[in-house]
Design a protein around this ligand. Sequence first.
Ligand code: 5AD
Length: 367
Amino acid sequence: MPEKIYFRSDLIELISHYKSLRKSFAEKARVIQKENCANGIYIRGLIEVSSFCRCNCLYCGIRKDNTDTERYRLSDEEILSRCEYGYTKGFRTFVLQGGEDLVFSDIRVAEIITHIKSRFPDCAVTLSLGERDEKTYRLWKDSGADRYLLRHEARDPKLFSLLHPSEQKLETRLHALETLKSLGYQTGSGFMVGAPYQTIEKLADDILYLQNLKPEMIGIGPFIPHNKTPFASYQNDFEKRTDENSPNKNSSEEITSCTLTSSLDRAELTCFLISLLRIIFPHALIPATTALNTLSQTGRKDGILSGANVIMPNLSPLETRAKYDLYEGKSNHTLETAEELERLENEMNKIGYKILFNERGDFKNKY
Ligand code: 5AD
């Protein structure tokens, strides 16, 4: 069970005061991380298998309607060879992530999983391939997949519908998450911080939802506008909306907008929420995400010092990394990459943490 359960009103109160609370919450979160993980950080090799996507999420750079991006998909051999390389570097989890690309058919993905698991029986396979039927999720589980990442994105139906086209349904997403859990996947969910139209109340609803779902993994990261999406100029729009003359300036619907005018705020709020989630879920696998590291130069380190215990370096082929273009400036040549593991290790050691090479890092405490 979660360590601590918060009511909606508590969450709203806490998030509203994140600036004054964030240091003490980070301290508490670090103590919990230390008790449960002994300051160990799990690494996962992220392989971005396809940038084709049938979805049209309004915030996402690889949305179907973005015709101004070069698409790619990896071959099975390329995926296997990235695992091969990752294994030699000490990775024991491979995350196959991609847009919703049906060329990665049920059978094809099942075969890839089977290959990876027979070649590397001591490794975990995590999938992050979006919404599919129960039958498909079952096939992939039976083929050896261990974990599945599928962010719910927004628990509030109105916010979900402002972020997605009408054919994408919140109920479908929530049902998929229930299905994944019932099939025995270690399941991950999460959301963006500072997304368009998000408010403190809606963030509270996201956390309430996670308290119910009890996911083994929780991924959150700051929203970063992408210039080939409908939210390209969201930052500007919202600076306009929150200026002195705006009639909405003090309405509760605008609280988050008012406090999130800069990318620094979004990074700080993300870190605060990581701490809060660590306090609620002492054993959860919580990454310091690439988006956090893209927005702030110290993002990854700050995420860890806020209670995160996972880093997901990029194991994709160098040629395709820039094309997996979810948001502006996505970090693809920094310490995020698998090639820079030694520097990443030094960076973690300097702040008193150690990378747990050669460990699968499963969720330890069954709910
Ligand atoms: N900013 C931040 N995160 C984004 N994602 C997609 N687009 C953006 C963006 N513009 C996140 C979504 C998705 C994950 C793969 O990346 O939450 O679930």
